[in-house]
Write a protein that binds this ligand. Structure first.
Ligand code: HEC
Length: 188
């Protein structure tokens, strides 16, 4: 019993020292949550994570590009994985397949399948090139998006793609998605 009490007292003392250390650390870091880890995120820290672009185009940055400019971006940063025309691979095919979705062999690409052109900006900026994501400038992303849309026959070569025009570009499969619950699947 005695040893147990001493042990408990020791443990309590340790816990309270830990608590003191914690609250001092919390004071030093300027945090008020009591844990004392890390540091408060600044607006600049947050901006690096706040990169989503919605279907309606919210979040698109200033900048612009055309398919002509995009051809150079694609040749420099994308060809090695997606092929010279965006069709040859070895990775995902990005061009073609429009009109094949209801055929026995649907070819799903950003052109044939994706419902929003704005998602293309979000995805390319966020994730491509695969080996160096988020390394392209807004002008480079707008340009390569313009090139991909042009290769898919969705826009003309001279269309200037920017925060104003991109949300207005109609993708061929825009109305190919059905809301949940699906009308063709009976409820159980
Ligand atoms: C090192 C190889 C590599 C490079 C370089 C690369 N990609 Fe990709 N890309 C991939 C891979 C792998 C995927 C599939 C990723 C997945 O499914 O998670 C992909 C997927 C994509 C998709 C989505 C395709 C779909 O239908 O879902 C797009 C769009 C795309 N890449 C665009 C680009 C663009 C634009 C560039 C150049 C700026 C680029 N990629 C450079 C490897 C690469």
């Amino acid at each position: 019993m005695f040893t147990r009490n001493v042990m408990m007292a020791g443990l309590l003392a340790l816990l309270s020292v830990g608590g003191m250390w914690n609250s001092q650390a919390a004071d030093r870091s300027g945090r008020t949550d009591g844990y004392g880890f890390g540091q408060a995120a600044t607006d600049r820290d947050m901006q690096k994570w706040n990169i989503d672009v919605t279907p309606t185009g919210e979040g698109l940055p200033p900048g612009s590009g055309t398919a002509k400019q995009g051809a150079a971006v694609f040749a420099a940063h994308c060809v090695s994985c997606h092929g010279p025309n965006g069709q040859e691979g070895p990775m995902d095919r990005l061009v073609g397949g429009i009109g094949t979705l209801s055929s026995p062999k649907p070819v799903k690409t950003i052109g044939s399948y994706w419902p929003y052109a704005t998602t293309l900006y979000d995805y390319v900026h966020r994730a491509m090139p695969f080996s160096a994501p988020q390394s392209l400038s807004p002008d480079e992303v707008y340009s390569v998006v313009a090139w991909l849309l042009h290769q898919n026959g969705i826009i003309a070569e001279d269309v200037v793609v920017d925060a104003g025009s991109l949300p207005k570009i109609q993708m061929p499969n825009r109305h190919g998605f059905v809301p949940d619950p699906r009308p063709d699947v009976p409820k159980n």
